[in-house]
Design a protein around this ligand. Structure first.
Ligand SMILES: Cc1cc2nc3c(=O)[nH]c(=O)nc-3n(C[C@H](O)[C@H](O)[C@H](O)COP(=O)(O)OP(=O)(O)OC[C@H]3O[C@@H](n4cnc5c(N)ncnc54)[C@H](O)[C@@H]3O)c2cc1C
Length: 668
């Protein structure tokens, strides 16, 4: 870790004493920083085997994996630049939203939902920098549940079944959370030696311990591993943090990629995919106000994320014909691009409690900054998060449909800015800020993990620099809203558990004008409709089964794939970053296989579970096998050590390069 060519000072928005202290030391001693990949010097009209648009969670992983093949030339284009210092230090994660490294998208107002949010719209933060949203997310490591991938497999084929995706989750993972590593039963599901570190904290925050106790009193089992397939209950998440710094596909994979075959252009905005005679042959991009054309001999791959991928497909003629024609765009492929947008809907419940409830182990003091800079420990190095997962009903106890994420906010905290960043309106933020001057605040985010509602992304105009129109569609299916009275009442019941009762915790019903004079359940529904916001996990706008096939190729177009969160046909029950890395890992192997190149990486045929070896297990490389079911049913895994051997397979490349990479064309 060196302070390299990039500035040590952040361009994000971390405020307060922590920030000043960290920035001061970081700037003077260059103790926090990273050498990010350099911009390549490229000729307009250059040709590559693969052009990848977007160096986010998926694009960073995919580019690194494809560049493992010596004969593949890869161009990776990213609209943003280097991440600021706040993207490295875990505790500064909140400061990146609504900053210059966020696309700052919002949903379109519909006059029905989110009316208690600022301007009646949901904030839709997305990272605009190397690493994309993986550089500004909250680092929670989650995967969803086996039934999520049973659904994917039924839509898009067996590549996406639980057994297969589990192999890829494990391939990228380096699990160091000691609660999990020291438990052989849990380690069945985890990888050691993968690129991205997944860690735990030595000492969870005081308030999280109290929440876990509270949930236990409410009947939730405490689970040691939130990714365990049957983890209905409450527990702490592991996080993608390495030595007190954010880990991601950018830092772990792209930063270590083969730089001879990989070319990167930062601050380069791709404006169009060039499609000729039904084949994607290149892209048009703008850098420093100049337009460039680059050509792909094998494939153009879109990894621009759930909002920007459809925004790139549509101007190139791939989309719903009616929408494209309304903007005068010639239709190349009539596909439901932008449809099927969905996200985990989130509504906050509030309690107030006596001062000292949270016991502020995160107290703002400059010693924390020094501690962090000295050995990457303390509050700044952490991103403690926990959740309680709830099933739809007690008859389906192994699949969570909802989650509650509690947070304790000490008195006088800088709550107001976070409140506004979340998107609550001025009046609500002022009311909550005033309460926080007197009390500690407990917020509990109630989240719907499997919404039925769908929204859509459309073009605002044919100007590529216009933001897309995001119709969030939240609660367009009324039954989604119907769950909230139960969820919010469950969240409120934390006030009635031993510790929180001893701190005089009580429910606060924020003033929402439209909801006055209603009975309790009606008030909750009304308030939920008014305060609902995105949980930042939007997916599905170029879904497998309707826009791309199971190999992620765009239907009806040659040489064009999508590899990012937009291909998820249905949202998974959990945070989406690790699943997006998994999608990129699978895509890399699909591409290598397609061009007759050996796969590299984890050879799970060497996996042994207990005294079973791959040969005595159901064949894990075949569709529909049920290693996962074996594991799910816990039939054979109660005792011995699990060994997952990682072998690097020699790379054999093909020699069928289709063209000469020195071809050039004029600037458009
Ligand atoms: C605030 C927030 C918190 C989150 N917290 C968590 C969490 O704790 N755990 C978790 O698992 N998930 C979390 N997520 C979700 C997770 O980060 C995303 O699902 C994941 O990063 C999506 O990856 P992606 O590759 O699809 O898109 P992105 O990572 O967003 O990458 C898209 C990239 O494409 C670039 N791009 C877009 N358009 C263009 C263009 N025209 N030209 C060039 N480049 C372009 C973008 O700048 C970006 O770098 C969070 C998300 C947000 C926004």
């Amino acid at each position: 870790m060196v302070c390299g060519l990039t500035s040590c000072l952040g361009s994000g928005a971390a405020g307060g004493l922590f920030s000043s202290a960290v920035q001061f030391f970081a700037a003077t001693q260059c103790l926090v920083g990273e050498t990010w990949p350099k911009d390549s010097v490229l000729q307009n009209g250059s040709r590559y085997d693969f052009i990848i648009v977007g160096a986010g969670t998926a694009g960073s992983a995919l580019a690194a994996r494809l560049s493992e093949v010596a004969n593949f030339s890869v161009l990776l284009l990213e609209a943003g630049g280097d991440p600021p210092i706040e993207a490295i230090i875990p505790a500064f994660r909140e400061t990146l939203k609504a900053s210059s490294v966020d696309w700052n998208f919002t949903s379109v107002e519909n006059n029905i939902t989110s009316q208690a949010l600022k301007r009646g719209i949901e904030q839709q933060p997305r990272g605009k920098m190397l690493g994309g949203s993986g550089s500004l997310n909250h680092m929670v490591y989650a995967r969803g549940f086996p039934s999520d991938y049973h659904e994917w497999a039924s839509i898009a084929g067996e590549t996406w079944n639980w057994t297969n995706v589990l192999k890829y989750f494990m391939k990228t993972e380096h699990m160091t959370d000691t609660n999990i590593v020291n438990n052989p039963e849990l380690m069945v599901y985890h990888g050691r030696g993968g690129a991205i570190e997944v860690s735990g904290t030595n000492e969870v925050m005081f308030s999280i311990k109290k929440f876990l106790q509270a949930f236990e009193e409410l009947g939730f089992k405490t689970v040691p591993d939130m990714t365990y397939p049957n983890s209905i209950g409450a527990g702490c998440f592991s996080h993608t943090i390495r030595n007190g710094e954010r880990d991601s596909s950018l830092r772990a994979l792209l930063n270590n990629a083969n730089s001879t075959s990989l070319h990167i252009l930062k601050d380069t905005f791709v404006t169009k995919i060039i499609i000729e005679n039904g084949t994607a042959i290149g892209i048009e991009a703008v850098k420093d106000d100049k337009t460039f054309l680059f050509y792909a001999d094998r494939e153009v791959i879109l990894s621009a994320g759930t909002f920007n991928t459809p925004k790139l497909l549509m101007p190139s003629g791939v989309g719903r014909s009616e929408h494209l024609r309304s903007l005068g765009i010639d239709v190349v492929a009539d596909l439901p691009v932008g449809s099927n947008l969905h996200d985990h809907a989130m509504v906050l419940a509030f309690l107030v409690a006596d001062n000292g409830t949270c016991v502020s182990d995160e107290a703002e003091n400059s010693m924390e900054a020094i501690k962090y800079l000295y050995d990457r420990t303390g509050f700044l190095a952490k991103a403690d998060n926990m959740a309680a997962y709830l099933p739809l009903s007690s008859s389906e106890p192994t699949v969570p449909e909802f989650a509650l994420y509690p947070t304790c906010i000490p008195q006088f905290s800088p709550f107001r800015s976070g409140c506004l960043t979340l998107g609550l309106n001025e009046d609500l933020c002022t009311e909550l800020h005033n309460l926080n001057q007197e009390y500690e605040l407990v917020t509990i985010a109630a989240v719907l993990l499997k919404p039925k509602s769908r929204g859509k992304v459309e073009l605002n105009s044919i100007n590529p620099f216009d933001d897309p129109l995001i119709y969030a569609g939240t609660f367009s299916e009324e039954q989604d809203l119907d769950h909230f009275p139960r969820l919010i009442k469950m969240a409120w019941s934390i006030a009635d558990t031993n510790y929180f009762r001893s701190k005089n915790a009580r429910v606060i019903k924020p003033w929402v004008e439209a909801c006055s004079n209603l009975t309790e359940s009606a008030w909750i529904k009304c308030m939920s409709r008014a305060m609902v916001t995105s949980a930042w996990h939007s997916v599905g706008t170029a879904a497998m089964g309707t826009v791309v096939d199971g190999d992620l190729k765009v239907l009806g177009i040659n040489g064009l794939r999508v590899v990012d969160a937009s291909v998820m046909p249905k949202i998974i029950r959990g945070n989406t970053n690790a699943p997006v890395v998994m999608i990129a890992e699978i895509a890399a192997d699909l591409i290598k296989e397609h061009y007759s190149v050996s796969r590299t990486g984890t050879n799970l045929n060497n996996m042994t579970i207990g005294n079973l070896t791959a040969s005595s297990m159901p064949n894990i490389s075949q569709p529909n096998i049920n290693l996962a079911d074996v594991i799910e049913n816990n039939d054979m895994i109660n005792s011995s050590l699990i060994e997952v051997e990682i072998t690097n397979v020699e790379i054999i490349t093909t020699t069928d390069r289709q063209s000469d990479i020195d071809d050039t064309v004029n600037v458009a």
